[in-house]
Design a protein around this ligand. Structure first.
Ligand code: HEC
Ligand code: HEC
Length: 356
């Protein structure tokens, strides 16, 4: 109650509080004595003369004493409360209590409680923590509270939100502890500029999109892909001449079978036309460095040796022949997750749903 901007309001609020309590006390005093005035000439049987439901009558007595005392106690307690706790304008109360102070105390207590737990983790590198079952389970809880709303509770992401369980080839950056910690601490912004002007009209866009699809062996129109190839020069600066991407720029590999922003000709044309600015917010203001290391260890553990179980759902399995995850270009330091398992969770309406 110390944030009033003018000296008038604290007194105004305090005045209303005191006057209301005194008015309640006065009302009690009056009501404790008063009886209802009966109609002159009515039978004097000590009832109010009101009749409900044919024969229900009301005795004409003042409020019962015990009941009145309860109210008097309430009035006394509320006055005592205003002396002890903040409530009277800007008066802080004798105990100097505040919600903010209580919250700060709770946070300090909680931090002190978990400090020994994190202390055991703070000396170990993130990739070692990723093999520590306890660190991983603490990290999983941090993930559920802070990351699952975007990356999904299974960390498999959805359209435009990266799947964090895939092998290195499916990642925008290098799937290593450093990249994960850096992304969580500082966030990241993926920028794919709108490129339609550099490409041409609808026909040219369709040809280029078919060429892009051909890179991953996805179903495509071969003639269009052939004519579209030369237009890929505009994309090579970021995605590489061979379309294998550039992790330093965050430009995805277009030759694999992972699609962050949707699969198919329409999705590719759409991103060429509109571009994409994809933001992962920095978490450094929300999480402590120890929490960041532990959640990073959890993420890192997801596609390590204990990789995600293969997903049997038919919607996640691409047709034979179109399954061309390039294990060769994957980071061999980590075993690649089974191709079908690492497929993105988004299901495109096309007959062959292939998603990141
Ligand atoms: C508001 C949504 C949001 C939240 C919350 C969020 N992320 Fe992200 N995250 C994203 C987006 C979007 C990207 C992709 C950014 C890009 O395109 O460059 C991303 C990228 C990443 C990457 C890099 C993936 C790659 O392929 O290189 C990692 C790792 C990551 N997030 C981990 C986390 C963790 C751990 C948390 C929780 C502490 C978290 N994220 C919370 C939206 C979010
Ligand atoms: C300035 C660098 C840059 C250029 C030039 C560029 N891209 Fe991209 N592109 C990116 C980045 C970065 C992303 C990832 C955006 C994100 O983080 O979500 C991306 C994403 C994509 C995707 C989505 C991939 C997926 O997994 O869903 C496609 C398709 C794509 N680009 C095609 C193209 C084509 C075709 C061209 C040429 C017309 C092109 N890009 C030119 C940087 C670039």
């Amino acid at each position: 109650m110390s944030d009033f901007t003018s000296g008038f309001w604290p007194w105004y609020v305090a005045g209303i509080s005191i006057v209301s309590i005194l008015a309640c006390a006065w009302l009690l005093w009056v009501a404790g004595k008063a009886v209802v005035k009966t109609v002159p000439g009515a039978v004097s049987d000590n009832t109010t003369g009101h009749v409900w439901d044919e024969d229900l009558r009301e005795l004409n007595n003042p409020l019962p004493r015990w009941w009145m005392w309860l109210f008097i106690i309430t009035v006394v307690v509320s006055l005592a409360y205003l002396v002890v706790y903040p409530g009277l304008g800007s008066f802080k109360g004798l105990m100097n209590w505040s919600t903010e102070g209580e919250h700060r105390g709770d946070v300090a207590q909680l931090s002190a409680d978990v400090a020994p737990l994190y202390a055991a983790f703070s000396k170990l590198p993130v990739d070692v923590l990723a093999k520590d079952a306890r660190a991983v389970s603490v990290g999983e809880r941090v993930f559920m509270n802070n990351c699952a709303q975007c990356h999904g509770s299974d960390a498999r992401g959805s359209k435009s939100y990266p799947n964090l369980t895939g092998p290195n080839v499916a990642w925008l950056g290098h799937r290593n502890a450093e990249h994960i910690v850096d992304t969580v601490t500082n966030g990241r912004t993926g920028v794919m500029p709108a490129m339609a002007v550099a490409v041409g009209g609808e026909a040219e866009l369709s040809e280029l999109a078919n060429y892009v699809l051909s890179l991953s062996g996805s179903p495509h129109n071969q003639i269009k892909a052939f004519t579209g190839k030369s237009r890929f020069a505009a994309c090579a600066a970021c995605h590489g001449v061979d379309g294998k991407g550039n992790k330093a720029l965050g430009a995805p590999n277009l030759t694999d079978d992972y699609w962050l922003h949707g699969w198919g000709e329409a999705a590719v044309i759409s991103i060429i036309k509109s571009g994409k600015i994809n933001v992962m917010p920095a978490q450094s203001a929300i999480l402590t460095p120890d929490q960041i290391r532990v959640v990073s260890a959890y993420v890192y553990s997801l596609s390590g040796s204990n990789a995600v179980a293969p997903v049997a759902a038919a919607a996640n399995v691409a047709p034979a022949g179109a399954l061309t995850v390039s294990a060769s270009s994957a980071d061999t330091s980590q075993p690649a997750a089974p191709a079908a398992a690492a497929r993105r969770a988004v299901v495109t309406p096309a007959a062959a749903p292939k998603t990141r």
